[in-house]
Design a protein around this ligand. Structure first.
Ligand SMILES: [Zn+2]
Length: 70
């Protein structure tokens, strides 16, 4: 379980992942800010804010990945 602190408003959210490594978009439940998180070995490595446009793009990439996963 990873506690993610929003870089903008400081709201904490608990995340749990099946995989130990994760890079992907998140959205703050409180201030609705978008950011990219990077997790390595169950440790949060970075949390970069991003624009809504970038978020949409990321979502499309994720959707594509899911589509091609077998
Ligand atoms: Zn926030």
């Amino acid at each position: 379980m990873i506690t993610l602190e929003c870089p903008k408003c400081g709201a904490e959210s608990k995340l749990s992942f099946v995989e130990k490594d994760y890079v992907g978009p998140r959205r703050c439940w409180k201030c609705h800010e978008y950011f990219t998180i990077k997790i390595e070995d169950n440790v949060l490595k970075s949390c970069e804010p991003m624009t809504e446009e970038e978020y949409q793009k990321q979502q499309e990439i994720e959707a594509l990945k899911a589509k091609f996963k077998k």
